[in-house]
Ligand binder design. Structure first.
Ligand code: GCW
Length: 690
């Protein structure tokens, strides 16, 4: 009796063993109750027409291992039964190529059809995702195809292991020991990517070093490409535009110089000899000091097309539109549009222009980039930041699917009588996310940041998925299947990014982070060498008011949008308040729709942000019975940091605005505990990611 009681008490604890997050959403924790019984009843052999093809073999082994996890089988080679439960046809003529798959249930059999092996691999992960949430295998029907061909991660990882804007330790790439040593992480990384449909990886920083194009590095990339090929992942490289001079011995990198073109063609040939399915080059040119075609009075199209010709039909040039110039006095947010729209129609077929989600730089909130929809003759790709450079690094909980969805779902007002959303504009090309991975055991520096990697892949596969459903499926696979706990976690995630917006950049403010590292508030920074590096440039606050006038009376950045979109943001009285200070300069005493003054509204926003973080911390405490102690504590500690830092943001920002206008805090608002000078004195020269 006593023994039985004891073991009954131990069971739930055993299922909450300490976890360090390494397994990401691929834990495949054992099912219980009815869903376990249903899977037990279904389980049997997995067969395929061509089981030895490397990717088909993976589809089988991943499915088997995942099923064994869900079934709680300690012995992964355990007998699986004598009949067929899963049958793959990975050469099915009725399915579209490119990763699509169809799963059809019949009596105790799931038929899995795809045109290519990678479709079968994606199907395995989809089955496990569904079963892992408790789905019934006897009715599991799925028909799924990727919405866009390129679903990529961009790593800002440097060859010395430092990650620009990385908050999860050092780089996951062990360049020093490659190609001889291939860390198991490189396989686990490929699994994680493939499980959410990511099929391309740019392995080095866009602020690129030319020596990474030398033969010794090509051998390293080739080892990775070989390891990732079965997972359907192609390797891409960031290429430094001046490489012909830096490492090629030429005296110019002029894209119209035949010697330069020949150098790049030879370089491409050399790469393709080692990596037959090399994806292509990503280029940051004439941006933030990087070399580019404009150094020779050539255009972005001249530069991109020259590289594209070198690749030929073997690969793609992805050319970034993130450009702004020190010499140009115009509103920085207007410069990419101004440089690129005139080039529409001039880019070669195998060139894609990669555009950040917004016209500034990965802020907690920006309106969508006006280039989306404005270059109908050019393939445009979306670039989002998975790493949280401007959203509190790894310690702030900010689930980013709502941010990306806001942009993907935006109506560009262009594209014909039926206007296109951003998601429709990028559908022929794809999405790139700046990776948040690092050497930390949990990969991303915090458990919740794994969700952003996951959600990025899921949205690139299907931008129509709701951020709520992605949060829920991620949390069910990552933390717990308990419905009530899942409801709490999902709600926490869904509100988290808005909380960050409110305590950092409320009502359309942007780029008020401290200089360089972008950690913490720095709205008072006004004296940097370039005006458009200064927070003051963006908020334009003084004793009278605050905000950047982008109407025709100001920079007229509004005019870069389609007329319907412009109209929706043109009037400070009717603009969505979330974009108010992005587009308008507003007096502190302006009466807002709330009936309060702008100043009082702003204070209200900061306070709401702080309160939302307090609520996140409280909600997380209630989840202790459902989450293993190690990860529960890790998240709780991050939330405690976020609570402190949300207050810091609120107090430092309010102290600065107050120093400009001298208005008292609205009645009832918490006092600001320190002086502005105290906040300004804080310095973090050692902040990560710089
Ligand atoms: O957001 C800025 C970052 C830089 C980055 C740049 C870019 C890779 O602060 O670190 O450089 O954007 O996107 O090129």
């Amino acid at each position: 009796m006593r023994l039985a009681a004891l073991s009954a008490a131990i069971v739930p604890l055993a299922s909450l063993q300490a976890e360090d997050g390494y397994d990401l959403w691929l834990r495949h924790a054992p099912l219980e109750g009815e869903s376990l019984a249903r899977l037990q009843a279904h389980d049997g052999e997995i067969v395929a027409l061509n089981p030895d093809e490397p990717t088909v073999a993976l589809a089988i082994s991943e499915l088997r291992a995942g099923l064994d996890g869900l079934l709680g089988k300690a012995d992964r080679a355990a007998q699986t039964g004598s009949y067929t439960a899963f049958r793959f046809d990975c050469d099915h003529p009725a399915i579209a190529p490119g990763g699509a798959f169809r799963i059809t249930p019949a009596d105790r059999l799931l038929s899995i059809d795809a045109a290519e092996p990678v479709g079968c691999l994606y199907a395995s992960y989809a089955i496990l995702r569904e079963l892992g949430q408790g789905a019934d295998p006897s009715t599991l029907a799925l028909d799924s195809a990727p919405a866009m061909p390129l679903r990529m991660l961009n790593h800002w990882d440097n060859p010395d292991g430092h990650v620009e804007r990385g908050y999860a330790g050092r780089s996951i790439f062990d360049w020093w020991h490659l190609p001889e040593r291939l860390d198991q992480r490189m396989i686990d990384y490929a699994r994680a990517n493939a499980s959410v449909g990511i099929n391309g990886v740019v392995v080095n920083n866009v602020n690129a070093r030319a020596f990474m194009l030398e033969p010794r590095y090509i051998a390293k990339f080739a080892r990775l490409a070989d390891a990732w090929r079965p997972y359907g992942i192609r390797v891409y490289l960031s290429a430094r535009f001046s490489a012909p001079m830096d490492i090629g011995g030429l005296t110019t990198s002029d894209p119209l110089d035949p010697q330069v073109a020949a150098w790049w063609r030879a370089k491409a040939d050399e790469i393709y000899t080692a990596i037959p399915d090399f994806g292509g080059f990503l280029v940051k040119a004439n941006s933030e000091g990087q070399p580019g075609p404009q150094d020779y009075s050539r255009t972005h199209a001249d530069g991109a097309n020259m590289l594209a010709e070198g690749l030929g039909d073997r690969g793609t040039v992805i050319w970034r539109a993130f450009v702004y110039s020190a010499e140009d006095e115009t509103d920085r947010t207007k410069q990419a549009y101004a440089e690129f729209v005139p080039l529409d129609g001039q880019f070669a077929d195998n060139v894609i222009v990669q555009v950040k989600n917004g016209p500034l730089d990965f802020q907690p909130r920006e309106p969508f980039h006006p280039l989306f929809g404005a270059m109908p003759k050019t393939k445009l790709m979306f670039e989002g930041q998975i790493t949280k450079e401007y959203l509190g690094f790894a310690s702030h909980l900010a689930y980013l699917a709502p941010l990306w969805k806001e942009v993907l779902g935006a109506d560009t007002g262009r594209g014909g009588p039926v206007t296109k959303s951003v998601a429709q504009v990028i559908a022929p090309a794809g999405m790139a996310g700046v990776a948040n991975t690092g050497s930390d055991r949990d990969w991303t520096g915090s458990d919740f940041d794994q969700a952003n990697w996951y959600a990025f892949g899921r949205l690139a596969w299907n931008p129509a998925l709701s951020s709520e459903s992605i949060a829920r499926e991620w949390a069910a696979q990552t933390f717990t299947r308990d419905p009530q706990a899942l409801g709490t976690i999902t709600a926490m995630m869904q509100g988290s990014r808005e909380a960050v917006v409110r305590y950092m950049t409320p009502l359309g403010l942007a780029h008020v982070m401290d200089t360089g590292h972008h950690y913490g508030p720095g709205p008072w920074v006004c004296d940097l060498a370039r005006p458009d590096w200064n927070p003051c440039y963006y908020h334009r606050a003084d004793g009278e008011g605050i905000g950047f006038d982008r109407t025709p009376a100001g920079s007229d950045a509004l005019a870069q949008y389609a007329p319907d979109v412009t109209a929706q943001w043109a009037d400070p009285a009717t603009v969505d308040p979330r974009y108010l200070l992005w587009f308008h300069r507003v007096r502190w005493d302006r009466v807002m729709p709330s009936g309060r003054s702008l100043w009082a509204d702003l204070v209200h926003e900061y306070d709401a942000g702080v309160a939302a973080v307090d609520a996140l911390a409280r909600d997380w405490q209630t989840l202790a019975p459902h989450i293993d102690a190690q990860r529960h504590r890790a998240v709780a500690e991050n939330l405690a940091i976020q609570q402190v830092e949300a207050r810091w943001w609120r107090n430092a920002s309010l102290a600065y605005w107050q120093s400009l206008h001298g208005l008292p805090l609205p009645a009832g608002a918490a006092p600001i505990p320190e002086s502005l000078a105290d906040y300004q004195r804080r310095a973090f020269p050692e902040a990560p990611g710089q």
